[in-house]
Design a protein around this ligand. Structure first.
Ligand code: ZN
Length: 209
């Protein structure tokens, strides 16, 4: 069964709009979200300051500020954070549950926009994590024993995974690409059938960073 990379639509210039009207209209209708400072946790390395990083806290009480134009209140299907996390609106969550898709979890996000309240959002993540096959070119280059920081090489030949590792899963995370979401053909079919907005799907086998 084929897997697809689910990512922000803006990564594919021509998928959803012409280059001419991309810059202004698309950004305005599909703003990025930002986590509040309280939603992020710092990891400091006792050995190498270059390993300092922020991760999103996975407890309740997450917050996100949507960067949106004044007066914007429309519910959105997919919203992406500036760090690459995938947020979904109520409609998408209902569709995923109704289709009985497997292998995802959601955390409620308290969204507010700069001018007031915003529609309800959920942070969508994949439960299972799989490693890419070595033939993808993705391999561990460096790992810090003190803080767990890791560096991986980039995909050179798409993302190839052993699908037997995750039987029945419709959502997968990939080792080394923390924010990347792999989804099954069933998820793709749902997205296409419901014309869900603001996401792009690329066959994992040809995806390049
Ligand atoms: Zn370190």
């Amino acid at each position: 069964m084929a897997f697809y990379v689910l990512e922000p639509a803006e990564d594919l210039d021509e998928a959803h709009c012409s280059a001419a009207d991309y810059a202004d209209d698309w950004e305005e209708a599909h703003p990025w979200a930002k986590w509040t400072a309280q939603s992020l946790r710092e990891i400091h390395c006792p050995v190498d300051p270059a390993h300092h990083r922020q991760v999103v806290r996975e407890d309740t009480d997450l917050g996100v500020i949507l960067s949106v134009p004044e007066g914007w209140e429309r519910e959105m299907d997919f919203v992406w954070t500036d760090r690459g996390e995938c947020l979904v609106g109520e409609r998408v969550l209902k569709l995923l549950r109704r289709a009985a898709l497997q292998g995802f979890s959601v955390l409620p996000v308290r969204a507010r926009h700069e001018e007031g309240t915003a529609p309800r959002l959920w942070w969508l993540t994949a439960i299972r994590e799989v490693a890419a096959l070595p033939s993808s070119g993705i391999r561990l280059l460096d790992r810090c024993p003190a803080c767990g920081w890791e560096r991986y090489s980039e995909a050179e030949k798409g993302i190839l995974i052993d699908e037997a590792c995750a039987p029945g899963a419709d959502f997968l995370r990939l080792v080394g690409y923390a924010s990347l979401m792999l989804v099954s053909q069933r998820v793709k079919s749902l997205i296409v059938a419901e014309s869900l907005d603001n996401c792009a799907l690329t066959p994992a086998g040809v995806w390049m960073p």
